[in-house]
Design a protein. Structure first.
Length: 267
């Protein structure tokens, strides 16, 4: 059962730095809280041809994917149209989404024949066959098609909508895949000495993955200093988690044979 999700974050404002991205950290945390994982993240500009190309590739990949941004009704919003082109289907008005927007307009005291309402109705135009994603903030729905979930760029809207998607479509996948890791800070050792250990563990435990992350060190706010080091460890999913302790014990012995100094990163 697949428990990995992709994330596509769309918006010139994020790439240009006029808005700070708040999606990556949220989606990573939300998925992990449910025993799921974030597989890949893309940041894309509001460029129709590029969006169509990347969405076409994403649909072909077959992973469930959250897409934020570009589903409004202004001329710089191209995500709805790009999704339809990527799928080779027309952009059609979704009757239920349009009815919701009618209610929003009337609730604002505006007429259904107003220019503002006609513009707002464009946000009910989805790729043919799309389903609604409810928006608890302002009622104007997002949409889903082919396990791609298109949400507004605004975190206050997108984040509760994303949680609804998980609860509605993926609750049976929550906490279905075991995951584990072991890691330490290794001091005064070059990566050239760590690399053979990584190669050894992956040869002897093919389902375990190793990692090595060099750091120049830092000083915490309380003045505690962490010297330059390598964060070295292993990780696994599924049945391979049962092999972590044995593999890790063997690796620590090999670190000892190197004369390495290490400590748990939580210390």
């Amino acid at each position: 059962m697949n428990t990995a999700f992709n994330l596509i974050i769309i918006g010139d404002e994020i790439l240009h730095g006029t808005r700070t991205d708040k999606h990556f950290a949220f989606f990573k945390s939300m998925l992990e809280q449910h025993g799921l994982k974030l597989n890949q993240v893309q940041y894309l500009p509001d460029e129709p041809d590029l969006l169509t190309k990347q969405l076409h590739r994403s649909f072909a990949d077959g992973l469930p994917t959250f897409v934020t941004g570009g589903i409004g009704a202004t001329p710089d919003d191209h995500t709805r149209q790009a999704a339809a082109e990527a799928l080779g289907v027309p952009l059609v008005r979704h009757a239920e989404a349009a009815e919701i927007i009618d209610g929003v307009t009337l609730g604002r005291g505006e007429g259904l024949d107003s220019a503002e309402h006609r513009r707002r109705l464009m946000m009910a135009d989805f790729p043919e066959g799309a389903a609604l994603i409810p928006n608890p903030f302002n009622k104007i729905a997002g949409f889903s098609v082919r396990e791609h979930y298109f949400l507004p760029g605004f975190p206050v809207m997108a984040h509760p909508m994303a949680q609804w998607v998980l609860d509605t479509y993926y609750a049976d996948r929550f906490h279905q895949t075991a995951r584990g890791s072991r890691h330490v800070y290794v001091f005064r050792q070059p990566e050239s000495r760590i690399a053979p250990l990584m190669q050894w563990v992956e040869e002897h435990y093919p389902e375990i993955r190793s990692f090595s992350l060099p750091s120049v060190g830092w000083t915490n706010a309380d003045g505690q200093t962490v010297a330059p080091h390598i964060e070295f460890g292993i990780k696994a999913e599924g049945a391979a988690v049962a092999q972590l302790d044995g593999a890790w014990e063997a690796l620590l012995e090999k670190l000892h044979d190197l004369g390495a100094e290490w400590k748990d990163r939580a210390e």
